[in-house]
Design a protein around this ligand. Structure first.
Ligand SMILES: C[S@@+](CC[C@H](N)C(=O)[O-])C[C@H]1O[C@@H](n2cnc3c(N)ncnc32)[C@H](O)[C@@H]1O
Length: 226
C-alpha cells in the first residue's frame, strides 16, 4: 500500500508538501449540517449504528490505528474519542484492551453494554478526565465535525482545546491517533500549525493510498514525548 508521511515541523506546517495536494469535491455531511447532532439523529443514527458495511470499514481503520499506536501490551487504557456506536471501542475491548468511550451524542452510547465499556456523554474538546491517565487516545472519523473551516474562530478555539486536552490526559511517552476526512491540504496544514503552536506533541500525518481518492485514509499521529 502506498503511504505518504508528513512530519509536523515548523517548515512542514507552512508548506505541507509541494508535490502533494488534494481537494475533495463531493459534499460531506459535516458541510451540510452545522451541528453533528443535527445529522446523527433518528433513522440516520440508527442506520449508521447498525450498518454491517460501516462496522467492517471502521474496524479496518481501527486495525490500522492499532498498528500506528504500536502498543506493547493489552493491559492499557484507551480513550475512544467520538466513539459513536462503538465500532472501534467494542472491537478493541474484545481484543482485551480497556476502553473509555466518549461521544457528544447520548443516543450512540445506548449501543454499549455499560459493564463492558465505560461510555461517557461529553464533548471531546473538553474531556472530563484528570491528567496523565490514558495510555493511548484514538479518534476515528470524527475530527472533520470539529474542524472544517480555517476561517471559523469557534472551530479554531475548539481545536486548540481538543489538542491541549488530549495532551493533558495522555500519559507521557504515549500516542494519539486521529483518523479523519479533511477536505483539502489547507485544513491539514492549519491543524498541524495548531498542534505545533499550542502543544508539545511531536507528530506527523500519515496518508495511506494518497493518490487514490476512494481509498485514501488520513491519520494524524501524535506522540507525547517525556
Ligand atoms: C462518523 S461518526 C464516527 C463514530 C465512530 N468513531 C466510528 O468509527 O464509527 C462521528 C462521531 O463523532 C462524534 N463527535 C463529533 N464531534 C464530537 C465532539 N466534539 N465530542 C465528542 N464526539 C463528537 C459524533 O457524535 C459521532 O458519533
Amino acid at each position: 500500500m502506498p503511504i505518504l508521511l508528513i512530519k509536523l515541523t515548523h517548515f512542514i506546517i507552512l508548506n505541507l508538501n509541494t508535490n502533494y495536494s488534494f481537494n475533495v469535491k463531493k459534499k460531506r455531511p459535516e458541510e451540510e449540517y452545522e451541528k453533528v447532532s443535527d445529522y446523527f439523529k433518528g433513522d440516520v443514527l440508527n442506520h449508521y449504528a447498525t450498518s454491517k458495511n460501516m462496522i467492517r470499514i471502521q474496524q479496518k481503520i481501527t486495525d490500522r490505528t492499532l498498528e500506528l499506536l504500536n502498543l506493547k501490551s493489552r493491559s492499557v487504557l484507551i480513550l475512544d474519542a467520538g466513539c459513536g456506536p462503538g465500532f472501534a471501542g467494542i472491537y478493541l475491548k474484545k481484543m482485551g484492551y480497556n476502553i473509555v468511550a466518549l461521544d457528544l451524542i447520548a443516543e450512540f452510547l445506548y449501543f454499549y453494554e455499560i459493564n463492558d465499556i465505560n461510555p461517557i456523554n461529553s464533548d471531546m474538546c473538553f474531556s472530563p478526565f484528570k491528567p496523565n491517565i490514558f495510555d493511548a487516545i484514538i479518534s476515528i472519523s470524527a475530527l472533520q465535525w470539529i474542524y472544517r473551516d480555517i476561517n471559523n474562530k469557534v472551530m479554531h478555539f475548539m481545536l486548540v482545546n481538543l489538542f491541549k486536552s488530549f495532551f493533558r490526559i495522555l500519559k507521557p511517552n504515549c500516542k494519539v491517533v486521529i483518523q479523519f476526512y479533511p477536505k483539502n491540504k489547507e485544513i491539514m496544514e492549519q491543524i498541524g500549525k495548531i498542534v505545533v503552536e499550542h502543544t508539545d506533541f511531536k507528530g506527523q500525518f500519515i496518508i495511506d493510498n494518497p493518490t487514490n481518492h476512494k481509498k485514501r485514509k488520513i491519520f494524524l499521529l501524535l506522540n507525547k514525548e517525556p
